[in-house]
Ligand binder design. Structure first.
Ligand code: ADP
Ligand code: ZN
Length: 637
């Protein structure tokens, strides 16, 4: 799926140092087939794996769902010793280890959630060479005793997952990651592979220098996620808009809804639950037990929606998240892309939907003004916000803009709202002049500043109590803007703010002119605006909407009618098995694998082994039962 293209930068210092690259290659391929049950490598997985197996360092930029895990898991299995994986995602280590064990891989983890006994057991396994992979929280590497433990075992490689956490420019900096630069000094002969799904040019460069990976080979995949449909809608009544989306396109689907504040998380989760959606809240104000329980239900059960602040979801590798919705404007394009990237890891059609309005701009500008830190920090935040606003207001393909932000060129995608329903633009110069001149008159004639609501009332000639109280019906601009509706005026203001032609000031979101406003007022600058759509853009057939209905799950897309009951039976079996074993459903088999089983209806273990995602260990564990189940289904028909 992901089209991987290796960058030329920097020059490759390790031109295939392996003496027998073919042997290493076939060993890796054998491992892919036997252990993971997949036929072929994707994109540059093979090149990356060969490079690391041969002892080279690598920096891998690949989008979520691109298949990063195999890039270190297979080398760890092929090379002698234990692969040490550094990951900040402590809460997920148990699931990651369970998923590997289900494949017959000997994996363990060390982090602060364990008691001393559990830790000692894993340490003993590590020292005895009984592990293939050991997951470690980064803070462990600051402790001398952990380093000494690693000294006493044999390490095959270091994998640094979520490598962007080392970058201060990025959106997810973790001080513990800075210590990782020392790995190289202590274990100069152990290859290192750093991986991330989020990196602008700036973050990429910072990762390389902080982890001392400038001389490593860099693999940069296309960041495109073609199966995700990007949509950004004007915000009217966000909860209702969301409900409509879930009912019409994502009934019974698992998804994540992001809100900015804890309160709106609570309100939204409550609202959805009231309307029959299996929705759970997740934010830092909930106690740890509730958070863990809600996350576990999301991971383990089918069709759960989590409403969360951004604290939720990092590293969640649930493959079948069908939608990610944002009810508030994200603070940066990097953050937005990473959050939406949690949808559709399995490559099946998914939706990224964002509702965005004037209030978002006002609120975020206010937050930046009031934020702690120096001017440079505030400028950085403002630059991030500006890029996000430009994405929201673009009349071009969203994907083209997103990929351009990550330094990658592309053409119109055909699977985003602007491609599906081309945005119309209009000459908003006169409207902008009217609005800006109202701001100007209030400031000059009355020494007053107001928010957007009051100014729009003035332009529309509304004699509200507040207008009368301030005598604003006496202004020359009173009633000069009746050609536009309130919603259209709000669109004008939002876009003026996004284009830097207007600014927000102070705690009350009052509006002031900028230097560039003068050019518009003086008639020296034209303002093109995006029309407010009459109706929000809808998904095309491509988005795989699962139809309306109140059932737990509508018929899955792309499945022949006769396979649907088989698929449902397999899902029910999977849910029961997962529950029995206390692991997430996807650890047993992914949806894509169940789908293929339902369609191909294999009649023998050999045929079942040919299905993608069925490796040796899972075949041995579940093969017989699945064949029985398929036979039962045939018998009933
Ligand atoms: P990432 O960590 O980059 O987000 P994962 O490693 O979780 O991606 O892989 C995404 C999905 O693709 C997983 O379900 C994984 O099992 C599957 N996958 C990875 N590589 C292959 C492959 N070569 N063939 C088939 N499926 C693959
Ligand atoms: Zn597009």
């Amino acid at each position: 799926m992901a089209d991987l293209t290796e960058t030329a930068r920097p020059a490759d210092p390790f031109p295939s140092p392996s003496p027998t690259p073919d042997a290493a290659g076939s060993e890796a391929l054998g491992c892919l087939r036997r252990v993971f049950g997949y036929d072929a490598f994707r994109g540059d997985q093979e090149a990356i794996i060969e490079h690391v197996v041969a002892g080279g360092d690598a920096l891998v930029l690949m989008p979520t769902g691109g298949g990063k895990s195999l890039c270190y898991q297979i080398p760890a299995l092929v090379r002698p010793g234990v692969g040490v994986v550094v990951s900040p995602l402590i809460a997920l280590m148990q699931d990651q280890v369970d998923a590997l064990r289900a494949l017959g891989v000997r994996a363990g983890f060390l982090n602060s959630t364990q008691d001393a006994d559990e830790r000692r057991m894993v340490e003993a396994e590590f020292l005895a060479g009984e592990l293939d992979l050991l997951y470690l929280a980064p803070e462990r590497l600051r402790v001398e005793s952990s380093l000494r433990l690693l000294d006493r075992g044999k390490i095959s490689l270091f994998a640094i997952d979520e490598a962007h956490c080392v970058a201060q420019w990025g959106h997810d900096f973790r001080p513990d990651y800075l210590a990782l630069s020392a790995l190289h000094e202590r274990w100069p002969d152990v290859p290192r592979i750093a991986l991330t799904a989020t990196a602008t040019e700036a973050t990429h460069t910072e990762i390389a220098s902080r982890l001392k990976l400038q001389d490593a080979r860099h693999f940069v995949a296309s960041f495109d996620r073609p199966n995700i449909q990007y949509r950004i809608a004007p915000k009217n009544d966000p909860k209702k808009q969301l409900l409509e989306l879930l009912r019409t396109e994502h009934a019974g689907d698992a998804g994540v809804v992001y809100c900015l504040s804890r309160k709106s998380v609570e309100d939204t989760a409550h609202f959805l639950a009231q309307h029959g959606i299996d929705a759970l809240p997740y934010h830092a104000g909930l106690d740890a037990g509730t958070r863990a329980a809600n996350q576990a239900r999301f991971l383990r059960e089918d069709g759960v929606v989590v409403v969360a602040t951004i604290a939720f979801g990092m590293g969640i590798d649930k493959p079948d998240v069908r939608f990610v919705a944002h009810l508030d404007l994200p603070k940066s394009v990097e953050g937005y892309y990473q959050e939406t990237g949690r949808a559709g890891r399995d490559g099946l059609p998914s939706t990224a939907w964002l509702a965005y309005g004037l209030q978002d701009v006002v609120q975020q500008r206010k937050m930046i003004d009031g934020s702690e830190g120096d001017d440079a920090h505030r400028r950085r935040l403002a630059a991030h916000l500006d890029a996000m606003l430009a994405l929201c207001e673009t009349v071009e393909c969203r994907r083209v803009r997103l990929l351009a932000y990550f330094g990658q060129a592309s053409g119109p995608c055909g699977n985003c709202d602007t491609c599906l329903t081309p945005a119309e633009t209009w000459d908003g110069t006169v409207a902008s002049q009217k609005f800006l001149s109202a701001v100007y008159r209030l400031a000059r004639e009355r020494r007053q500043k107001f928010g957007a609501g009051q100014i729009i009332d003035i332009l529309l000639g509304k004699k509200t109590a507040k207008v009368v109280q301030h005598d604003h019906d006496g202004l020359t601009v009173f009633g000069i803007g009746t050609e536009l509706s309130v919603a259209q005026w709000r669109g004008v203001v939002r876009q003026l703010l996004a284009q830097g032609l207007l600014a927000v000031e102070g705690d009350y979101g009052t509006l002031v002119l900028t230097e560039a406003s003068g050019e518009v007022l003086g008639g020296r600058r034209e303002v093109r605006l995006r029309s407010e759509p009459e109706r929000p853009a809808r998904a095309s057939a491509k988005s795989g909407g699962s139809g309306s209905g109140s059932g737990k799950r509508a018929a899955p897309v792309d499945l022949p009618a006769e396979a649907v009951p088989v698929f449902e039976a397999l899902r029910a079996w999977r849910a029961a098995t997962a529950k029995e074993q206390g692991v997430p459903a996807y650890v047993i088999f992914h949806d894509a694998t169940l789908r293929e089983i339902a369609t191909a209806a294999p009649a023998s273990l050999d045929a079942l082994a040919g299905v993608s995602g069925v490796g040796e260990s899972k075949l041995a564990k579940h093969g017989e039962r699945i064949l029985e189940l398929l036979a039962e289904m045939r018998g009933e028909e």
